[in-house]
Every structure is written in C-alpha cells, then in structure tokens.
Design a protein. Structure first.
Length: 170
C-alpha cells in the first residue's frame, strides 16, 4: 500500500481576502473589518501609451505611464438585531460616499487572511450603490473604492496559517 502524496498546490479561495477601513479621526489608525462581503475584486489597471519608433521595424511598442487601482465589493448590509442600527464600519463608508473634500476619502487596507504575501493599503473615494431587489431578497450594496494615489504594499497584519482542507480522499 502506498502512502498518499500531499498536493503540491491547491487553488486559492476568493474568500481569502479581508478588507478593513481606518475609521480613526486621529493620527493613529483604527482598523475595523468591513463585514458582510459576498464578492471582492481588487484591480490595478495600467495606462499604456504607444512609444513606437522607426527602430521597432513595424512592431508597435508600448509603455505603462500610469497605474489606477480600485476595489469592488458587494456586501450584505448589516444591522443590529435589536436596535436596527446599521453596522458602524459600513456606515462610515456610506457617509464618506455622501461627502466632499477630505471626508469623501477612506483609508483602507486589504490582505490575505492566511498571512500570505498579498497585502495593500491606500486612500480611495467611495461609491455606494444599493442593489435594491424584490421583497424576498436581502439588502446588498455594491461598493466601489476608487484609488487616489498609490496602492502601497504593506506587511500582512494576519498571522501565517496554512490553508484549510476539506479532509477529502486521495
């Protein structure tokens, strides 16, 4: 009987990300989880410009001249079971989407919750779009964070933990 060989690689799960918002009004960050995320999509989009010269012998050459970043998330809109008050982190984000000037920006960070080397932070403007729906649907909101300035790599604040497996067979 042979000993099963562990898999060298497994597919990463989309739910590995954690998104936190700095809700502090002082210089010391207060990072709070943005709860209820059902979809999460970070993006970095390059602006490319043509830089073709005669030396390219008919082939187009391009250069990246700018980078733009954003994070799109869909959240289940959370409220306290007794008081009905909306989740404070979600409310912080919603209020930023209705503001002007400095109050319209949020400082956010997102990272791999297993501690992998995949962690970033930056400042972003907020777009808050309730999804609406019928009487049998839950209240969900699409939130778009549009980066303003750099998306900076950071040390992952999560401790390194091995991915969970389903304990499945050989």
């Amino acid at each position: 009987m042979s000993t099963p060989t562990p898999l060298a690689e497994v597919t990463a799960l989309a739910r590995r990300y954690r998104l936190e918002i700095n809700t502090s009004t002082t210089g010391t960050p207060t990072w709070l989880l943005l709860p209820g995320i059902t979809e999460f999509a970070p993006k970095v989009e390059p602006t490319q410009q043509e830089v073709t010269t005669y030396d390219a012998e008919g082939w187009v050459e391009r250069a990246v001249t700018m980078l733009a970043w954003s994070v799109e998330a869909t959240v289940s809109h959370r409220a306290h079971a007794v008081t009905g008050a909306f989740n404070p982190t979600q409310e912080f984000v919603r209020k930023a989407s209705l503001s002007f000037g400095a109050a319209s920006y949020v400082h956010l960070r997102y990272y791999d919750r297993t501690g992998a080397d995949d962690a970033y932070e930056g400042r972003a403007l907020v777009q808050w779009e309730p999804d609406g729906g019928g009487p049998d649907e839950v209240d969900t909101v699409k939130i778009t964070f549009t980066g303003s300035g750099p998306l900076s790599p950071i040390a992952n604040p999560a401790p390194v933990t091995p991915p969970k497996t389903n304990g499945g067979g050989s």
